[in-house]
Design a protein around this ligand. Structure first.
Ligand code: ARG
Ligand code: ZN
Length: 879
């Protein structure tokens, strides 16, 4: 069943108060709900039937205003319960039985190991009790949880604890009250044998907030980093957005079985343990940064999501795009802004651009869906964040802050739309964003082709922008976007030329933002003393595919001289892309591969310059990934891409061996002398050290292998250890590889998150036989299809990061993935549907592979009993 944005209607009834009681048992859970309801005055006259959502519920009793209802008084269907109220205000009491102990979909109330927990966004609350499970129905909640005291000493829900007590039979109970009205998707409950790390935060108005992170006892030593991140986030949101926390307590709970990263339930965030637990010995630098970002993201939702929420799920980017934007600003402030921007942009261009070019392409505010879970996408999150970023670029930082202040003030306590957000931005700035809003409604990645003209006699320089956007499902024609282009002009010395547009009296700075609004538009700069070199789209000021005919020499010049750090990296990427694409062509024509030595020269000067930020040097040394090279290909030649990239890496490794070796040894020495610190300058040093090691190992020299084994054995942190393991796994040193893998598994066998990394490293091994290795690892005792992290670490990593093996010509990789999707469709539809994504990219490949991929999609479709999640993705991919 397809749901359309245009069909939105306000709810017929409202819920003012929700009183819940959960009785948790090992073989069933009883849920009593008392809903204090009334007719929605905005919905018109009369008393229409009341239709509540409900799924997989066993109804035990129902009463309206204390009158027990019998079979004739209501109708129960697969996903609803309908009854006829006789008064405008009424109280509805229900009791249902549910089965969290056998809930493998991890939606609603379920068990993760020995604990009970919930995931209600988007539509999971209807699996807990009959309710108006839609975000524009907001209610206060009082929740009582009762359970066996020994097995579940900790009982948590949203808000503040108000009462607790013991029962005679070894059970106990606790009552929580959340005074803030919220939609049901923000409800949470946790019960388990949990320990907590406790701290406190004093808000800007001087209120004390208790902070608690709950984990299973064995993880109590891995919470400090998340706690530090939480306190930084609370402070940052006060300073950057004027947002203060509002309850007396803020809790985070880590659970092992979780479909996504984390969930912002009011006052009780529930996290995938991979997004909370971090300490030097067990989590990499990247994992530390991910924890910091996700803790911040969920915390920031308290305002952008909870206090101001979404009217309907088509507005998801209202909270997600804005909150991703907020967490990216936070991470930029806590670490290196340029490194953060480079990471975000590579991720967007590799994965979101691919989504935009595929069969599931949709706008930031989608128009329709079958299953909302399928729309927690890179487009809604990451592109949505880019759209918010463009608003900030157009309005300026101050104007943007005025807009966000007005938004929070105007809509506190409401469920609103993307239009309301943009309206607040407009009203606070006297701006008109009408045309800009096309970014929310039009799908696809715009192309922006730029051409230049220098008039030496008149000293004018013109840039002509031509924008277009390819058709996407249901949208054949696109209207012009408003594209903010931040740019500068460099002279022959690499100096910035002051920028004065034709109709201006004087130059205004050396970096400025032009708003390209028409299909074709020319801007002319005057008093340009010589033919300049343009630095375009600085900081990636818009999510577009920029085309400008840079020569390789010009790119090398920009790498050296551009004042914009992001664009220095970008010039290096474009140079690498040009060089690699030339080699891909050579491979396809059966010619010997030739590496353009200019790339080696450019990388050499980076490595030689010890004043440069090592993190940026590491980023620039990382060649564009195979996934990115695939995305920018018309037809991706998997084998040629792999061969070209490998050959380039080998050539760079050989030419720059001495430099790599010098910088590796110097940095490894510092690492040996310095205790682990989760801080940007340390991340930077280890990043350069590790990329140097990965190049050095391509030499096969015995002193390098010895250094790698030393780093593996002696490192005091997972960042160094895991890199050493990864390069050994991808090498030909059979003995060292096997020793390292065995030692690692033996040492970390009781730590599931570390074992995930062990699986991932092997899933990513691009040497022949990848599929067989993955199939073999699925038999390992630490692997299970029931844990989403395991599925992602092994099967997901294989299909998304081991492209040569996954796309092997006989289609066995595709068949394997389809088999797993068919099994997971029954176990966990959300995970099944996400795992499927690589098969939906069939358009990118040659005819033979297209046929094989589509055949697997057909086979999934024919397997029958498909969840709405899997059905939607498969059917749209074949349409
Ligand atoms: N709102 C969560 C976040 O912070 C995502 C939860 C979505 N979960 C789901 N199963 N669809 O981004
Ligand atoms: Zn979010």
């Amino acid at each position: 069943k397809v749901i359309h944005l245009k069909d939105y209607q306000v709810p017929d009834y409202l819920i003012d108060e929700t009183h819940l009681t959960f009785e948790l048992y090992e073989d069933r859970t009883l849920v009593h709900a008392q809903l204090v309801m009334r007719r929605n005055p905005e919905a018109g006259a009369g008393l229409p039937p009341l239709q509540l959502h409900g799924q997989d519920l066993e109804l035990m009793s129902l009463s309206l205003n204390d009158r027990a209802l019998g079979l004739g008084d209501y109708q129960v269907a697969e996903e609803s319960l309908t009854l006829q109220p006789d008064t405008a205000s009424f109280t509805l009491d229900s009791t249902v039985v549910i089965h969290p102990e056998s809930n493998t979909a991890l939606e609603g109330l379920y068990k993760s190991g020995k604990m009970f927990c919930t995931q209600c966004e988007a539509e999971g609350f209807r699996k807990i009790t009959y309710y108006l499970d839609r975000p524009d129905v907001m209610s206060t909640f009082t929740t009582t949880v009762s359970a066996d005291k020994q097995a579940y000493p900790i009982l948590l829900s949203n808000g503040n604890p108000i009462a607790s007590g013991e029962e005679e039979d070894g059970r106990h109970w606790a009552t929580w009250e959340d005074p803030f009205k919220k939609p049901a998707y923000l409800f949470a409950l946790v019960a388990g044998d949990l320990w907590c790390v406790e701290d406190s935060f004093t808000t800007m108005s001087g209120r004390d907030v208790a902070l608690r992170i709950y984990v299973e006892p064995e993880n109590i030593d891995k919470c400090q980093h998340a706690m530090d991140s939480l306190k930084k986030s609370m402070k940052w949101d006060e300073e950057a957005y004027g947002r203060e926390y509002d309850l007396d307590i803020f809790m985070i709970v880590a659970v092992n079985d979780f479909n996504m990263g984390a969930m912002e339930n009011k006052g009780l965030n529930i996290f995938n343990s991979s997004a909370v637990l971090a300490r030097a010995e067990t989590a990499t630098d990247a994992a530390h940064q991910r924890v910091e970002a996700i803790v911040a993201h969920e915390y920031f939702h308290n305002w952008s999501g909870n206090r101001v929420t979404c009217r309907d799920w088509f507005q998801l980017s209202l909270k997600e795009g804005f909150t991703v934007f907020r967490d990216s600003q936070f991470s930029a402030d806590m670490n290196s802004p340029t490194v953060k921007r480079v990471e975000d942009v590579s991720y967007l261009r590799t994965h979101q651009f691919a989504e935009d070019a595929g069969p599931m392409a949709h706008s930031v505010r989608p128009e329709s869906f079958i299953e909302i879970s399928n729309f927690y996408t890179l487009t809604v999150y990451e592109k949505g964040a880019e759209v918010v970023r463009m608003i900030q670029t157009l309005l300026g930082e101050e104007g943007f802050r005025k807009g966000s202040d007005l938004y929070f003030e105007r809509h506190d306590g409401q469920a609103v739309t993307v239009d309301d957000f943009v309206k607040a931005m407009e009203d606070a700035n006297g701006a008109d964003l009408t045309q800009f809003k096309r970014w929310y409604s039009q799908a696809g990645t715009p192309r922006l082709a730029v051409s230049e003209r220098y008039d030496a006699a008149a000293k004018t320089y013109s840039l002509t922008f031509r924008q277009s956007c390819p058709p996407t499902p249901g949208q054949s024609e696109k209207l012009p976007f408003v594209i903010p282009v931040s740019l500068g002009l460099l002279d022959g010395q690499g100096r910035e030329i002051p920028l004065r547009l034709q109709d201006e009296d004087a130059a205004v700075g050396t970096t400025r933002v032009l708003a390209v609004e028409q299909a074709e538009q020319t801007f002319t700069f005057v008093e340009v003393p010589e033919q300049p070199l343009p630095s375009l789209l600085r900081g990636f000021s818009a999510p577009v595919k920029l085309e400008f005919p840079y020569s390789r020499d010009q790119l090398m010049f920009l790498m050296q001289h551009d004042s914009d750090g992001f664009n220095r990296w970008e010039a290096g990427q474009q140079l690498s892309v040009q060089v690699l694409q030339e080699m891909i062509g050579q491979h396809q024509r059966g010619e010997a591969l030739q590496l353009d030595q200019r790339l080696v020269t450019a990388l050499r000067s980076l490595l030689e310059d010890e004043r440069l930020d090592p993190a940026m040097v590491a980023e620039m040394l990382s060649l564009p990934s195979e996934a990115y090279l695939t995305e920018i290909s018309e037809v991706a030649d998997v084998d040629a891409i792999h061969a070209a990239r490998d050959f380039a890496r080998q050539g760079i490794a050989t030419a720059l061996f001495d430099l790599f070796w010098k910088r590796y040894q110097a940095n490894r020495e510092v690492s040996r002398q310095t205790p682990y610190v989760a801080e940007a300058s340390h991340f930077a040093r280890r990043a350069l050290q590790n990329i140097a090691l990965s190049y050095l190992m391509l030499s096969g020299k015995s002193e390098v292998v010895a250094a790698c084994v030393e780093q593996f054995d002696q490192a005091d942190n997972m960042t160094e250890r895991l890199t050493a393991l990864a390069v050994l796994v991808n090498s030909n040193f059979e003995t060292e590889r096997q020793q390292a893998l065995d030692a690692f598994a033996e040492h970390f066998k009781d730590n599931p998150l570390v074992m995930d990394q062990w699986f991932s490293v092997q899933a990513g091994n691009t040497q022949p036989g990848g599929l067989e290795r993955v199939q073999h690892l699925m038999q390992h005792p630490a692997f299970t299809l029931k844990n989403p992290n395991k599925v992602r670490a092994l099967i997901g990593a294989f299909a998304n990061q081991n492209l040569v093996n996954f796309h092997r010509a006989d289609g066995a990789g595709y068949r394997f993935l389809a088999d797993q999707v068919i099994v997971l469709n029954k176990l966990n539809p959300q995970i099944a549907s996400r795992l499927l994504a690589p098969l939906t990219r069939w358009r990118k490949y040659d005819a033979a592979r297209q046929g094989l991929m589509k055949a697997e999609l057909e086979r999934i479709l024919a397997a029958g009993e498909l969840s709405s999640d899997v059905y939607e993705v498969v059917s749209k991919s074949l349409a």
